[in-house]
Every structure is written in structure tokens, then in C-alpha cells.
Design a protein around this ligand. Structure first.
Ligand SMILES: [Zn+2]
Length: 193
């Protein structure tokens, strides 16, 4: 994929996340792989509404070095780790979507109840990575481990990470995870009553 095309895609995806209510303000980030060593990722600390494709940052996922003066998302390490370990994955989205975050706060794995959801999420259970501070090696390693056998993972007290062969697949995973988590939360409520 060409850099310019990737920058357009990532910029639009950032805005789409906000539009669909999967993130609030600048929280969350999106990347796409453009080669065996490079990705394009959303910048650090910018409001998604003001983003232009030129604000997207090219990063080498082996050296973590970026091109240009704009800083990449502070959570780039997790994206890099996934591209290094999952060669068929070409898009990564990190969100703070509501229902998945509720389950993530409880540090519980999600049992995916519907077969249709399992298919998109790539597993019957979506794992929750144990709590770790943002941007640390621990959260990177634990989250990458939690997503090893599926297309999504929860990050305790933080949010979720969703991956796909294409950006559109990663979005489908994020939306489906939200549905699956809502069903799971509701099923727990019924048991409690
Ligand atoms: Zn985050």
C-alpha cells in the first residue's frame, strides 16, 4: 500500500471511530500496515475532528522511530507488537468503547454467546489482559498475548484492541465486540436478579 493512501484511510478511520461512538475526543488510535516494517498511525493528543491525512505518522515497527515532526500515538508499541507477531494482520484499532470497557474494568474474559459473533471475533472467549499502566512494556506484552488467538482483546481498566486483515474487518470486530459485550453484561444482570 502507498503511504498517501494509508494516511487517508487512517485519518478517515479516526473520524469514523468518533462518529460511531467507539471513542471519546482524542482517546483511541488506528493504524494500518504498509510494508513488512512500517505502519501509518494516528498522532498523539489531537482531536479527531481536526485531523488531516498529513497529520498521520509513518512509524517503523521494529525501531519504533517515526518520520516527521508530528508525534505518533503514545500507544504505538502495542500496534508495533501486533504487526511483528501477526503477519496476516494489516489493521489495528484501539478504542474505549462503552460495553467492552465495562467488562474490561471488571478484568473478566467475555464469553461470546452468538456463533455469528464468534466468527467475526475469531474466538468463543475474548480474553482480558491484566491491568498495567498505559504505554508500559507490561501492557504491550499482556495485551498482545491476550489477542494471540482472536481478533480482539480487552485491556483491564483501559479499553480494547481490535485487529483485522483489512481496516474494515477491524471495524467489524470493534462493532461486534460491543454487541457481544452488551449481551454478556445483560446476561449477567439477569442471573443477578
Ligand atoms: Zn487507550
Amino acid at each position: 500500500m502507498q503511504i498517501e493512501e494509508a494516511k487517508n484511510m487512517v485519518c478517515n478511520a479516526g473520524k469514523q471511530l468518533l462518529k460511531e461512538g467507539l471513542v471519546a475526543r482524542t482517546w483511541g488510535n488506528v493504524s494500518v500496515r504498509i510494508s513488512n516494517t512500517q505502519m501509518v498511525i494516528t498522532p498523539s493528543g489531537r482531536s479527531y475532528n481536526e485531523l488531516t491525512p498529513n497529520d498521520m505518522v509513518l512509524v517503523d515497527f521494529y525501531t519504533l522511530k517515526h518520520v516527521g515532526s508530528i508525534k505518533p500515538s503514545s500507544e504505538l508499541k502495542l500496534h508495533c507488537q501486533i504487526y511483528k507477531t501477526r503477519p496476516h494482520i494489516n489493521a489495528v484499532i484501539h478504542t474505549h468503547q462503552m460495553y467492552a470497557s465495562i467488562v474490561a474494568a471488571a478484568q473478566k474474559d467475555v464469553v461470546v454467546l452468538y456463533e455469528a459473533h464468534q466468527k467475526i471475533l475469531g474466538a468463543k472467549i475474548i480474553k482480558a489482559a491484566p491491568y498495567a499502566l498505559p504505554n508500559t512494556k507490561k501492557i504491550t506484552v499482556e495485551s498482545a498475548r491476550a489477542i494471540e488467538d482472536s481478533n480482539a482483546a480487552l485491556m483491564a481498566n483501559h479499553g480494547v484492541v481490535c485487529i483485522g486483515e483489512k481496516l474494515e474487518n477491524a471495524f467489524d470486530v470493534a462493532r461486534t465486540l460491543e454487541d457481544a459485550c452488551k449481551l454478556y453484561v445483560d446476561s449477567k444482570k439477569q442471573v443477578a436478579h
